[in-house]
Design a protein around this ligand. Structure first.
Ligand code: OGA
Ligand code: MN
Length: 298
């Protein structure tokens, strides 16, 4: 493998590796080590079928299934192990202006980390580009370790042991999207996540935030919202953010434990943007990993 840092400690490009083969024990370890040091890895010019994409991702842990599969009437374009973050509907046609999928996927334009609305959230995401629009549609990444390091000591003390409630319904509600079935509401209740995490690979501390975070346990709604908004504003300042300009056949792998990301706007009713995600689940709830007691989670 050949590694070219894009930034000193956040993003690297990796070449001389063929992701169409499942990782060997050696390459798996090497990639995990790179992910511990950087948090975003770009693998350009990969030619992957869906099976190869999933098989490569599965080398890093159990794969998640898309939350859309919780609906029994789901009409998935791809397989349930793929999060289809494209603007395409079945038959690969560009989605309708008022389609449910479009309204829902607009949530990806808010800063988040994947699956923080699940009790065991995502460890890593592997997003693969089959087609991209000529302009716009970049993905931005924020380094939550660098953002944590820059916090005043008093703030870090205040964050110790705090737990937020995350739900997919919370982030979608911010967009005015409330079209969830009873099935989904039951399958996706709010879950507790610590506000701060220690990364097991690097030992570095990081903020753990997302648009999915609704309230902080033990605080009034106003206080909690204010703190979450302030922390997200802090963590997404330009100096912590890298913008990825996609090329077709890029596979970007990021560490959800210490980053946030968001998709940028593009003319989504004009250009197909076919990007597909395989997602590796983490090993345990954050509160368990951090040794934090959750007092009054919903
Ligand atoms: C994702 C995601 C943003 C984008 O795949 O998890 O949030 O730019 N994507 O498509
Ligand atoms: Mn995402």
């Amino acid at each position: 493998m050949t590694v070219y840092p894009v930034t000193e400690e956040f993003v690297a490009e990796v070449g001389d590796v063929d992701l169409s083969q499942p990782p060997t024990e050696e390459s798996r370890r090497e990639i995990e080590e790179l992910l511990d040091r950087y948090a975003v890895l770009v693998f350009p010019d990969q030619r992957l079928t869906i099976d190869q994409h999933l098989a490569f991702a599965a080398g890093f842990g159990p794969l998640e299934t898309t939350i859309h599969a919780t609906r029994s009437d789901a009409e998935l374009r791809l397989r349930p192990e793929i999060a289809d973050v494209s603007n395409l509907s079945r038959g690969d046609r560009i989605w309708g202006e008022n389609s449910r999928k479009r309204m829902f996927e607009m949530g990806n334009r808010m800063w988040h980390t994947d699956s923080s609305f699940k009790r065991v959230p995502a460890k890593a995401s592997l997003l693969y580009a089959r087609s991209i629009p000529p302009t716009g549609g970049q993905t931005e990444f924020a380094d939550m370790r660098a953002a944590y390091d820059a916090l005043p000591e008093a703030t870090r003390e205040r964050l110790k042991g705090l737990v937020a409630e995350h739900a997919i319904m919370y982030s979608r509600r911010k967009l005015g999207f409330t079209d969830f079935s009873d099935e989904e509401n039951q399958a996706l209740p709010p879950v507790p996540q610590t506000l701060v995490r220690r990364h097991p690979g690097s030992g570095r501390m990081g903020l753990y935030l997302a648009s999915h975070a609704g309230r902080i346990i033990g605080m009034s709604d106003r206080e909690g919202t204010e703190m979450l908004e302030e922390l997200i504003a802090h963590a997404t300042q330009r100096q912590y953010v890298h913008t990825h300009r996609w090329r077709v056949h890029d596979l970007v792998m990021w560490d959800n434990r210490c980053t946030m990301h968001r998709g940028r706007p593009y003319d989504d009713l004009r250009w197909p943007r076919d990007v597909q995600r395989a997602t590796v689940a983490d090993v345990a709830p954050t509160s368990e990993q951090e040794g934090v007691q959750v007092s009054a989670a919903a």
